[in-house]
Design a protein around this ligand. Sequence first.
Ligand code: OAD
Length: 239
Amino acid sequence: MMQQVRGWVRDARHIAVLTGAGMSAESGVPTFRDAQTGLWAQFDPQQLATEEAFRANPSRVWDWYAFRRELIAKVQPNAGHEALAAFAQRHPGRLTLITQNVDGLHQRAGSPGVLALHGNIFEDKWLDRPGPCCNAEAAARGSPPYCARCGNLLRPDVVWFGELLPPQAMAAAEEAARICEMMLVVGTSGVVYPAAGLARAAAGRVVVVNPEPTELDDVADAVLRGGAAHILPQLLEED
Ligand code: OAD
């Protein structure tokens, strides 16, 4: 199977890659839905990853993101992130990398033009429409930081449940799915839409890379069972 999929990689003029939390698992970042270690096994997403939750208890949500930021700041991209970045650098314009991850590890590995559908955990934005007094650099310290004049709160620049994805990144991802001759779906359970819909919309062959069954296995032309850091170098490195 690996040899056949390597042949598809070689022949595809355009490859789209859709990654999820499992992409970073071997770097030490917990996934969301793995039964024992997943974040949503320990924490309730409705209390941490919605705008209503933030408005109801800003410090709880801010502190949870601060804890995740600290954890992610300590980890490194793994061999899977590096294989994707090296492939994109060897083949400019041939690979579009779409990620649901907010950890920035693809970017740190050197992948160009990453489409970060769920935002970036290291960036902040204002909760409410910022007025002229809202200056993020000068925000009053707090958990979360806030505008001392109007009280507007800073929040992490990530997409919470119920929120729209960044429209430009989503449009570019849809275009990549439409023109790709192959889509690699790596480390995602495939349950969160609209991201998972990109795999269903892929024009080309779909290859799932995941140690466990996923909701997208039904659209896969091939499933490679294993971890991203192990499989992607084998798939993408040239002889
Ligand atoms: P999930 O936690 O739902 O799924 C992680 C997937 O990674 C599972 O299918 C695991 O089997 C797989 N996995 C575990 N270890 C792996 C490894 N070493 N290599 C490859 N795969 C591995 O994470 P996502 O699908 O990314 O959204 O979740 C989608 C979205 O739901 C996230 O972006 C986040 C979450 O709520 C928001 O916060 C908006």
